[in-house]
Design a protein around this ligand. Structure first.
Ligand SMILES: Nc1nc2c(c(=O)[nH]1)N[C@H]1C(S)=C(S)[C@@H](COP(=O)(O)O)O[C@H]1N2
Ligand SMILES: [Mo]
Length: 198
């Protein structure tokens, strides 16, 4: 779903900028389960597995050789803060999908992150506009707390889907809950529908 870029009209004109129940913050809160991992780029590997034509492993150099894009989007966290106009720089998810070549049966992905953390997404959401594997935020390398060296950004879903320290995609025929989804969070997490918990 797109078209929420317009600023809120005072006469009920364009669609609102902020999803229901959210409050804009000027800061950038840090939220995650467990501790910030320390990652060695020399050993970093991104794994593409599951229902794909070709399983692949990319090291950091190979991943960074993929074409880079920038995209500006808003963050909406299920804990009700929103942060507007984040400028992300990274590799478009569509680019990674081109490499992966999902099989026709593949309809969902389990996103894998350092330390075994996961989150699930429908394939169409991964292919969505502005979805990227980011290495920079607002012009600077990601900080370790915000996911260095790489995080997924899925701007049209609640921010828990935007896996920090992301290191793999597993393509699946059926949806399977990730870490927060097993703990009661919604399987999809659309902030405009307030798909917070289930
Ligand atoms: N690997 C990993 N990624 C994660 C999480 C986590 O616990 N582990 N938490 C998610 C949640 S709940 C949120 S709100 C955002 C927070 O990102 P931030 O700390 O950069 O604001 O990261 C998401 N990505
Ligand atoms: Mo969150």
């Amino acid at each position: 779903m797109t078209g929420h870029e317009a600023s809120a009209g005072s006469e009920g004109g364009p669609e609102p900028r902020i999803p229901p129940g959210q409050v804009v913050t000027p800061g950038f809160p840090v939220l995650h389960h467990g501790r910030t991992p320390s990652i060695n780029l020399d050993k970093w590997i991104f794994r593409i597995t599951g229902l794909v034509e070709e399983s692949r492993s990319l090291n950091w150099e190979e991943f960074r050789r993929l074409p880079a894009v920038t995209a500006t989007s808003d963050i909406h966290c299920v804990t009700r803060w929103s942060k507007l106009d984040n400028r992300w720089e990274g590799v478009a998810a569509s680019e990674v999908l081109k490499l992966a070549r999902p099989r026709p049966q593949a309809r969902f992905v389990l996103v894998h992150a350092e330390g075994g953390w996961t989150t699930n997404l429908p394939l169409e959401d991964l292919a969505g506009e502005g979805v990227l594997f980011a290495f920079k935020h607002n012009g600077a390398d990601l900080s370790p707390d915000h996911g260095w060296p790489l995080r997924l950004v899925v701007p049209h879903l609640y921010f828990w889907k935007s896996a920090k320290w992301v290191n793999g995609l597993e393509f699946m025929a059926k949806d399977r809950p990730g870490f927060w989804e097993q703990n009661g969070y919604h399987m999809r997490g659309d902030p405009w529908q307030e798909e917070r918990f289930q």
